[in-house]
Design a protein around this ligand. Structure first.
Ligand code: ADP
Ligand code: MG
Length: 318
C-alpha cells in the first residue's frame, strides 16, 4: 500500500486479541512464528468477505470486522477446535482513519471475546475485502469432521435457523418484518455468534458436524455425502422463529445462508447427554431435527415426504 502502511499496521493492528502462549514472534517481522503444543494438532481455515458480495457496502466497520472473524471461528467450532491465532489480509479503497479505528475496535472486541490473537497479515489498496486465516488447536485426533455420521444418529441443530436469511431479505427489500423481529434478524445477519461453546460437547459426543453457512439443506447434504448416509428431517422440528413458522417461510431455514449455527450428528446412546446440555445451555439449545438413515434425504411435511435430494424440492411446499 502507501508508504504509511507500516504506521497503519502499528496503529490499528499491532495489539489485537489475547496473546497466545504458542506464538514466538508476531507482527513486525517478515513472518510470524508459532508453536504447536505437544499432544495437539493445528486446525486451519480461511474465509474472505468482499464488499457488495458478502456484506452491503454500508455495513458498519465493527460489524464487518466481527463477521469476518466470526465466520472463521464458526469453521473452527464445527471442527471442535479451540481458537489460537489469526492472520488478516485487508484491501482498502482509501485510508479512512475513522473507518479503520471502528474496524480495529470491532476486531479487537471479538478477538478478545474468543481469546485469539492477531499475529500478522497483509495490507493493500483496492476494493474493500477482508480475508482472515484462522488457526485453532485440538487434542490429537479429537477433531470432528463431516464424515463420521452413521444411520440412526440423532441430527441436531444449535440455536435458530433462518433469521440471518430473513435479515438479508429485509435489507434487500424482499420482505417486511415486524420491528422486534427485524432487529433480531439484522443482528443475526451482521453479528453471527460462532458456537465455540459447543467445542467440548462435539469432541465428546458428535460423530459428524458442519457449520450452517449456506443453508441447512445444502450443508446437511455435505454431511450425508461425506458420511455415506441419508437423512430424514421433520419440518415441524426445525428451530425457527414463530413468525417464520406462522408465515410458512421455511425456505429461509432450509435454503438461506449466514446462520452460522452447528448441525451435528450424535449417536443415540448420547441422548441423555444432549438433554443435559440443553438443561445447562438455554442460549445454545440443540434441537433434534431428525436422524441419519441409510440413504435418501427427505423432509417430513405433515404426512407427506418431500425429497430434498433434488435441490429446491422443499420450495414446492411454500
Ligand atoms: P512484507 O512486505 O514483508 O510482506 P508487510 O509490510 O506486508 O511485510 O508486513 C509487515 C508486518 O506487518 C508483518 O509482520 C505482517 O504480518 C504485518 N501485517 C501487515 N498487514 C497486517 C494486517 N492487516 N494485520 C496484521 N498484521 C499485518
Ligand atoms: Mg506485505
Amino acid at each position: 500500500m502507501a508508504q504509511d502502511e507500516f504506521s497503519i499496521i502499528q496503529h490499528y493492528f499491532a495489539d489485537v486479541g489475547k496473546p497466545s502462549p504458542n506464538t514466538v514472534l508476531t507482527i513486525g517481522d517478515d513472518a510470524a512464528v508459532v508453536g504447536i503444543p505437544e499432544g495437539f494438532q493445528q486446525v486451519v481455515s480461511m474465509d474472505t468477505l468482499i464488499s457488495g458480495v458478502h456484506f452491503a457496502a454500508d455495513t458498519s466497520p465493527a460489524d464487518i470486522a466481527h463477521k469476518a472473524l466470526a465466520v472463521n471461528l464458526s469453521d473452527l467450532a464445527a471442527m471442535a477446535a479451540t481458537p489460537d491465532w489469526f492472520l488478516l489480509s485487508i484491501s482498502l479503497p482509501r485510508v479512512d482513519a475513522d473507518w479503520l479505528q471502528q474496524f480495529a475496535d470491532g476486531l479487537r472486541y471479538t478477538a478478545e471475546r474468543f481469546a485469539l490473537q492477531l499475529i500478522g497479515g497483509d495490507t493493500c489498496r483496492g476494493n474493500l475485502s477482508i480475508s482472515i486465516q484462522i488457526a485453532g488447536l485440538v487434542p490429537v485426533a479429537r477433531f470432528v469432521t463431516r464424515a463420521g455420521g452413521n444411520a440412526g444418529d440423532l441430527l441436531l441443530v444449535s440455536g435458530l435457523l433462518g433469521n440471518a436469511g430473513l435479515g438479508l431479505a429485509y435489507q434487500q427489500g424482499r420482505v417486511e418484518l415486524p420491528d422486534d423481529l427485524r432487529r433480531r434478524c439484522l443482528q443475526a445477519l451482521n453479528r453471527p455468534q460462532p458456537r465455540l461453546e459447543l467445542v467440548d460437547f462435539l469432541r465428546s459426543f458428535a460423530s459428524a458436524a458442519i457449520d450452517v453457512s449456506d443453508g441447512l439443506q445444502g450443508d446437511l447434504a455435505h454431511i450425508l455425502h461425506a458420511s455415506h448416509c441419508g437423512a430424514r428431517i421433520d419440518r415441524a422440528a426445525l428451530p425457527v422463529d414463530p413468525w417464520l413458522a406462522q408465515h410458512n417461510l421455511y425456505q429461509y431455514a432450509l435454503g438461506a445462508g449466514d446462520d452460522y449455527e452447528i448441525c451435528c450428528s450424535v449417536p443415540q446412546k448420547y441422548r441423555s447427554e444432549v438433554e443435559s446440555w440443553n438443561r445447562l445451555h438455554a442460549d445454545c439449545h440443540l434441537t433434534q431435527i431428525g436422524e441419519l438413515t441409510d440413504a435418501g434425504f427427505t423432509l417430513q411435511v405433515g404426512n407427506q415426504q418431500v425429497d430434498l435430494a433434488t435441490s429446491g424440492g422443499f420450495r414446492h411446499f411454500d
